[in-house]
Design a protein around this ligand. Structure first.
Ligand code: SDX
Length: 428
């Protein structure tokens, strides 16, 4: 393929360089298009538009491939941990044993939040959505660390390592405290435990009775978080980059990422999948009626479909197996898993889904794991945010470290009224 591409507008040709990524992906570099031709591209939803070059994650949607810094997600799921994968995503290499130990210590050291923030929870009604609490608490966190949230790039970068460990640790604590506040339970202080073990302790221990993980909940949760660590320029990650591009600090950027993740088309889908499975179960439907409704456009098969994957989401495959094993180790029969398996089978055989290349995505099975662990549905998207924190941090770092990075400011095509003169009140 030539290393340039031509766009013909009217009777004029305009030539542009072609950028080729390390995995052979090609992009027409149209950064000079408007200057050369007066024309812009229009790509609502950005399905054909690259917003950046990134070294962090590669997805081949046609072949169901996901790699972080070159490492296949299947190998990481088999051999790595959430914190090790977080370091890989953020710093670009698998850490040495010493660096991983130091990071774990840094995360453990940051497990609690400033007591001044405990009172913030008093300001939320118990019915407040956990994602609303999480986004505001993450932004408020920055107020306690002014040296890390100065919006002076150089200064914020100088504190990057401590900020990254602090956010990865405290997002988990804030999530657990949110659950306790909503349940009317006393906060449980962090203990000297591993990442997910500490989370489950802060969620479920009582002053008189320490939580005991005797069914592999910590391990299943660690895998869940790892599989959510990063995923190219999805809605929430590109939001983080958008906010970071204006020079905003990491706390403000990830807080915006939480808000973007909240919607049912994105991170909110894991909650919507459980709600869908429960409705199907309650209706005594084996899933076939629901599939028919989805094909008529009367329902959406939540947890299915993806803008990039036109093949099976590799994370869904791993999470499906993990859901089965956690339920088995608990000795729990969950009818929702059977319905999910039937929906998957039916959809994979039905032309409506096959022709639209709709396969299970990361959200299809993840909720069943969280439900088996005892995490309430309302907290599911918060769990997604905990898992995605390393990816948001890594993407913020790519923007902040790039001296050539420009503020993100898309163009538009104006379709409103053309020029008209002001009408006095008595003339309207
Ligand atoms: C995540 O971007 C990421 O990487 C996200 C993520 C990450 O890790 O960050 O992977 C996490 O957000 C996963 C997606 C979670 N969302 C859901 O599961 C919600 C259900 N899925 C759909 O809303 C949808 O599939 C999207 C939003 C995921 C993708 O939407 P697109 O790419 O805009 O696709 P589309 O809406 O244009 O759909 C194309 C066709 C349409 O039918 P036609 O108009 O051609 O007749 O497929 C149909 C859609 O109606 N379709 C579905 C469907 N998803 C798409 N029909 C039934 N059920 C579905 N789930």
């Amino acid at each position: 393929m030539e290393n340039t591409g031509t766009i013909r507008l009217g009777n004029e040709n305009f030539e542009f360089p072609i950028i080729v990524g390390t995995e052979g992906e090609k992009a027409l570099d149209t950064r000079t298009l408007r200057a050369k031709s007066g024309c812009i591209t229009f790509d609502e939803g950005y399905g054909n538009t690259g917003s950046c070059m990134s070294d962090i994650t590669f997805i081949d949607g046609e072949n169901g491939i996901l790699r972080h810094r070159g490492y296949p997600i299947e190998q990481l799921a088999e051999n790595s941990s959430f914190l090790e994968t977080a370091m890989l995503v953020i710093y670009g290499e698998l850490p040495s044993e010493e660096n991983l130990r130091a990071f774990r210590q840094q995360v453990r050291k940051n497990s609690s939040i400033h007591t001044g923030m405990h009172s913030h929870f008093d300001g939320f009604p118990s019915g407040a959505h956990p994602m609303a609490i999480l986004s505001s608490m993450l932004n408020s966190l920055g107020a306690y660390y002014p040296e890390m949230s100065s919006n002076d790039r150089e200064q914020d970068l100088a504190h990057f390592d401590e900020t990254a460990a602090l956010l990865i640790s405290k997002v988990r604590t804030i999530a657990a405290m949110t659950y306790r506040m909503k349940m009317g339970l006393p906060f449980v202080y962090p203990a000297d435990k591993r990442y997910t073990g500490n989370f489950l302790h802060m969620m479920f221990s009582e002053p008189y009775n320490e939580y005991v993980d005797d069914h592999g909940a910590g391990k299943a949760l660690d895998l869940f978080l790892m599989l959510h660590a990063d995923h190219e320029q999805n809605c929430s990650t590109s939001t983080v980059r958008m906010v970071a591009s204006g020079g905003a600090n990491l706390f403000a950027s990830v807080s915006a990422g939480v808000c973007a993740l909240w919607g049912p088309s994105h991170g909110g889908a894991n909650m919507a999948v459980i709600k869908m499975l429960e409705e199907i179960h309650a209706a005594g439907d084996d899933g076939s009626r629901f599939i028919e409704a989805a094909k008529k456009g009367e329902a959406k098969l939540m947890g299915f479909g993806h803008r990039v994957y036109k093949n099976y989401d590799p994370r869904a495959k791993i999470l499906g197996k993990s859901a089965e094993s956690i339920l088995e180790s608990i000795g729990m029969e969950d009818p929702l898993l059977d319905i999910a398996r039937r929906l998957e089978q039916a959809a994979l055989e039905d032309d409506y889904f096959i022709s639209r290349k709709l396969y299970p995505n990361v959200d299809f099975y993840s909720g069943l794991i969280l439900k088996a662990i005892g995490i309430p549905v309302e907290m599911f998207t918060v769990m997604f945010a905990i898992g995605r924190m390393p990816g948001w941090i890594a993407n913020w770092k790519e923007i902040a470290e790039n001296p050539k990075s420009r503020i993100h400011r898309p163009r538009q095509i104006y379709t409103g009224s053309t020029k008209r003169d002001y009408l006095a009140l008595d003339q309207r």
